[in-house]
Write a protein that binds this ligand. Structure first.
Ligand SMILES: [Zn+2]
Ligand SMILES: [Zn+2]
Length: 202
């Protein structure tokens, strides 16, 4: 059954997310509007692709009171995109293990907290232990420093998408944190002053 660390959250039926890309001289431009499809079955949300993890994290983070504004998708150095997740969100540490090459990476600054962590392996209710993985961070106001981190996963087998762990994280410089383990070119930024739009209203 579901790992106790997991926090499947109530999802919304059709969500829209604004994707921003940084333009020259620091301005942000809207790149395109993607209709997302997160469907609800009982207490679980099901996404169609990895980007739905961001919507699920954003929804969870808004309810948590620290909205997630920056995200990074996990890609192994071998290029593979699914992982086992070992996590202790009390201690604030998580490790991903590549399903293909088996390489293990502490996520973000987790290596600093592994000594005291009791990692538990996450399992989807469908029984699979392989996940697409995306991290989201909330920042302090008018700062690049991290306040809270969220680890979200989607099961490619059944689509279940959830926030599997979140904790207070005070890393200085979110880009460094997201790039540290999640590949730098995968770090995406959107204008922190532009809230995520839900329920189809851009
Ligand atoms: Zn790998
Ligand atoms: Zn599953």
């Amino acid at each position: 059954m579901h790992n106790k660390s997991a926090h499947p959250t109530a999802g919304n039926v059709f969500l829209w997310i604004l994707a921003f890309i940084p333009a020259v001289d620091g301005l942000y431009v809207r790149q395109e509007l993607h209709p997302m499809a997160l469907s609800q079955n009982g207490k679980f949300s099901y996404g169609e692709s990895q980007i739905d993890i961001r919507v699920e994290i954003a929804d969870y983070a808004n309810r948590n009171g620290y909205p997630a504004t920056h995200f990074a998708d996990a890609v192994c150095s071998c290029g593979h995109r699914s992982f086992k997740l070992l996590i202790d969100d009390t201690e604030g540490a998580a490790v991903r293990e590549c399903s293909s090459c088996k390489e293990r990476h502490p996520i973000g600054d987790s290596s600093d907290y592994l000594a005291d962590a009791s990692l538990e392996e996450c399992e989807c209710p469908c029984g699979s232990e392989d996940f697409e993985m995306t991290a989201g961070v909330a920042l302090y106001n008018d700062s690049e420093d991290v306040r809270w981190i969220y680890i979200g996963c989607r099961c490619p087998k059944c689509g279940l998408t959830a926030c599997y762990g979140d904790w207070k994280n005070e890393y200085e410089g979110y880009q460094k944190l997201l790039a540290k383990i999640w590949r730098a070119e995968q770090v995406e930024t959107r204008n922190p002053h532009q809230p995520l739009c839900f329920h189809g209203f851009p």
